[in-house]
Design a protein around this ligand. Structure first.
Ligand code: NAD
Length: 260
């Protein structure tokens, strides 16, 4: 839905009943799965995306460009208007970048850092006054295995996700006293439209997919639903003692060295 009216719902049930969430980038891939999971578990969900028309059914779909502060402020205000509150913020919107440190010009570095890092800053800044009023406030940021392992041809993307990891911990410390938990999820390679676009650019898409699968010790790509489950755990009331952590959802890619 692209308007700002939520469909009438019967009284919601589930661990998120009575809570409201914002998911940025919720119209595709991981964000779509997160928005769907939170809604299924009882939350009212606003999806803030460049492409609100593709947001999951039953969510409040709002246009935003997280690279633009005025747009973020307007979208967060509209989410509060529509949902009446914000308890959970999932900073998921992000873009990729390829190449070594020498391969991207300054404008590309600024654009990716502006979206992947300052996007988190802008949305959090706008949502904070509302999160402070919640009895169950949580922020979950989307990091990446690229923040914790050196991957080839990912210098700029890794720098952006490394910043998200450091920012997650700093925010967790700053907002402990506000009762806001802040964590991040670090996925490995996830089967989303993003990865499909990367594979489509490869000379041999099947060989590239096989290489990505083999890189993860469990031998396959992560699913968006698996990442959404991890986000829902960290965002939910049962994780009340968990803040400042990075939860890897990567088939063991970060920590395991299995024998082949
Ligand atoms: N797919 C992976 O393998 C993978 C792995 C680790 C981390 N991640 C992270 O997960 C997040 C989502 O990735 P995905 O694979 O689902 O991507 P995706 O490309 O499938 O979806 C991204 C969504 O973000 C939206 N978006 C892009 N720029 C935006 C902007 N400026 N303002 C608002 N919305 C914007 C897009 O419209 C889209 O709906 C990203 O932060 C990404 O870095 C992805």
């Amino acid at each position: 839905m692209t308007d700002t009216a939520l469909p009438r719902r019967r009284a919601a049930r589930g661990p998120f009943a009575g809570l409201a969430a914002i998911v940025t980038g919720g119209s595709s891939g991981i964000g779509y799965a997160i928005a769907t999971t939170l809604r299924t578990r009882g939350a009212q969900v606003a999806v803030l995306d460049l492409d609100p028309a593709a947001a999951p059914p039953g969510t409040l779909a709002l246009p935003v460009d997280v690279a633009d502060d005025a747009s973020v402020r307007a979208a967060v205000a509209a989410a509060v208007d529509g949902l009446g509150r914000i308890d959970i913020l999932v900073n998921n919107a992000g873009i990729g970048a390829q190449g070594t440190v020498a391969d991207n010009d300054d404008d590309t570095w600024r654009r990716v850092l502006d979206l992947n890092v300052l996007g988190v800053v802008r949305t959090t800044r706008a949502a904070l006054p509302h999160l402070r009023r919640s009895p169950a406030a949580a922020i979950v940021n989307l990091g990446s295995i690229a923040a914790t392992a050196g991957l080839p041809q990912r210098a700029l993307y890794s720098a952006s996700k490394g910043a998200v990891l450091a920012l997650t911990r700093a925010m967790a410390a700053d907002h402990l006293a506000d009762g806001i938990r802040v964590n991040c999820v670090n996925p490995g390679t996830v089967d989303t439209p993003w990865v499909a676009r990367l594979l489509a650019q490869a000379d041999d898409a099947d060989a590239e997919r096989a290489a990505l699968e083999a890189r993860q010790p469990h031998g396959r790509l992560v699913t968006a639903a698996e990442v959404a489950d991890a986000v829902a755990y960290l965002a939910g009331p049962n994780a009340g003692s968990t803040t400042g952590i990075a939860l890897a959802v990567d088939g063991g890619m970060q920590n395991l060295r299995p024998r082949r």
